[in-house]
Design a protein around this ligand. Structure first.
Ligand code: ZN
Ligand code: FE
Length: 258
């Protein structure tokens, strides 16, 4: 298994990206270093890199402790995050490459939740780590951008191949789906995902990963073109036009209050 989720805090996920042949790994987002280090050593691995998606403490709170515990650890971080990534050793930007041994990942700039939020896309693993930008059936709050920048960022992720697995920063899936159902009650894929999610959570299991192709079927923030979604929004606010950015902004506004 090349990717392993390590639960953090109440609903965060850190992920180990594992190079099995060389027994080394990177961690995407770490708030609790002890739990990550325990999983790394339990698997007999060496931690070589930290790949933070953005500066919020629930994604980088463990960086200092990891850097103290692991000599020569590389800690990546977006240049556009303005020096807010603790223990950062390597600045990266959109299009740059990161490596876990022979496993190559590409940085995708997806600002809006924070100004320097990035995703890490690993084509050989068919996986993307989306932090707090794209959640399963949801998206992050817009703190350091606007509806335009968030919509553009989500669009970059949606343009990845449909079979790309989505590993996001939080277990928010069930609540996200409940909100989505208020806008698209007739969406069969959405209903099926909700039933699956309720069963999965009742069994205490994780809902990650999803896929880009599936997200396009039920994630309201990737569905500004949906006729049912648009009609639902118009019922709530007749002034909403047909512009994708207005549809997105209204959906985000409603989710903020859900
Ligand atoms: Zn965040
Ligand atoms: Fe977060």
């Amino acid at each position: 298994m090349a990717i392993v989720a390590v639960p953090q805090l109440t609903d965060n996920y850190a992920y180990l990206v594992i190079d099995g042949a060389r027994k080394q790994c990177a961690v995407v987002d770490c708030s609790e270093a002890d739990k990550v280090l325990a999983e790394v050593s339990r698997r007999g691995l060496k931690l070589v890199a930290v790949l933070p998606t953005h500066w919020h403490p629930d994604h980088v709170g463990g960086n200092q402790e990891l850097a103290r515990a692991v000599p020569r650890l590389r800690v990546y971080g977006a240049r556009t995050e303005g020096g807010r990534i603790p223990a950062m050793t390597d600045e990266v930007g959109d299009g740059d490459e990161v490596a876990v041994g022979p496993i190559r990942g590409r940085v995708i700039g997806i600002p809006a939740h924070t100004s320097g939020h990035i995703a890490y896309y690993f084509p050989s693993l068919k996986a993307v780590f989306t932090g707090d930008t794209l959640f399963i059936a949801g998206c992050g709050r817009v703190f350091e951008g606007n509806a335009d920048t968030m919509l553009a960022s989500l669009g970059r992720l949606a343009a990845l191949p449909d079979d790309t697995q989505v590993y996001c920063g939080h277990e928010y899936t069930e609540k996200n789906l409940q909100f989505a159902l208020t806008l698209e009650p007739g969406n069969a894929a959405l209903k099926a995902k909700y039933e699956w999610t309720r069963r999965t959570r009742a069994e205490g299991k994780f809902t990650i990963p999803s896929t880009i192709g599936d997200e396009k079927r039920f994630n309201p923030f990737l569905r500004t073109g949906s006729a049912e979604l648009r009609a639902s929004l118009r019922k709530i606010d007749p002034s909403v036009g047909d512009e994708p950015v207005a549809i997105f902004a209204k959906t985000r506004e409603l989710k903020d209050r859900f």
